[in-house]
Design a protein around this ligand. Structure first.
Ligand SMILES: Cc1cc2nc3c(=O)[nH]c(=O)nc-3n(C[C@H](O)[C@H](O)[C@H](O)COP(=O)(O)OP(=O)(O)OC[C@H]3O[C@@H](n4cnc5c(N)ncnc54)[C@H](O)[C@@H]3O)c2cc1C
Length: 217
């Protein structure tokens, strides 16, 4: 691969040469689990990762795994998978370390993913699932080269997924709402003229009130 002033020139294994304006490399990732396999740890037959339970324990006592190499059941997706993201690696490490100390770790935070693409910061909270309906959080017209917006994914009246482009601050404010019923607040959540902080407080107060009334009843 040879970088050019405009684009890149690529020579393939068969000798063909291509000159392209943009090259997207999508090569995937294979976990190096040779050591784990030699130690007799259970590996997932599909994704090749080291199988761990919710506390980060492998199939062998006293051996833990975390991060890209680990395969774990993800309740949000309803499937076992390797979650290749910075936050997941950190959360799995926290939970494994707590578990090693014989303590009960708090569950992993809602999955969060970020990336920077073509000058845009893209962040996601939660995950997309079948049947999810997306609504646009409108924003005042801005710079086309640096748009700012959010998409909110709802399932069964609850917020389950949010995608933010150049709106990471707004996304962070939504975190406490994940899993809470927000249907009746959706129109306001999607109105970018309204500050999120106030709406988030209202939803939380209502959820706390519901819990208190359940406790007293
Ligand atoms: C190109 C690319 C872009 C990415 N972009 C994003 C992004 O935008 N957002 C996001 O959330 N995540 C992103 N990720 C994923 C993120 O980087 C990983 O999920 C995260 O780094 C996983 O952490 P980890 O500790 O499990 O593994 P790693 O960060 O890979 O760390 C493993 C370490 O172990 C070392 N190691 C391996 N074998 C041995 C051995 N036998 N002995 C000693 N040391 C060893 C390695 O050298 C390495 O330092 C990206 C990954 C790639 C490859």
């Amino acid at each position: 691969m040879e970088p050019l002033p405009q684009g890149v020139r690529v020579r393939l294994a068969d000798g063909t040469t291509w000159q392209v304006p943009v090259l997207v490399v999508a090569i995937g990732l294979t976990p190096d689990t040779g050591l784990a396999a030699a130690a007799g740890l259970a590996l997932h037959p599909g994704n090749g990762g080291i199988r761990i339970d919710e506390q980060g324990r492998t199939s062998a006592p006293y051996i833990y795994a975390a991060g890209d190499c680990a395969s774990q059941f993800q309740p949000l997706f309803g499937a076992e998978m390797r979650m290749e993201s910075w936050q997941s690696a950190n959360e799995q490490a926290r939970i494994a370390a707590t578990s090693m100390l014989g303590l009960q770790a708090a569950p992993a935070a809602t999955p969060w993913f970020w990336t920077d693409q073509f000058g845009c910061n893209v962040q996601m909270l939660g995950a997309s699932r079948d049947g999810m309906r997306y609504t646009w959080r409108d924003t005042p017209p801005g710079d086309a080269a640096s748009p700012k917006f959010m998409l909110l994914g709802m399932l069964d009246g609850r917020l389950g997924h949010a995608i933010a482009v150049n709106a990471g601050g707004d996304l962070r404010q939504l975190r406490p709402l994940f899993g809470l019923p927000v249907n009746e607040y959706l129109a306001r959540l999607c109105d970018a003229a309204l500050p999120l902080r106030q709406i988030v407080r209202e939803v939380q107060a209502e959820a706390a009130g519901r819990t208190a009334s359940l406790t007293t009843n």
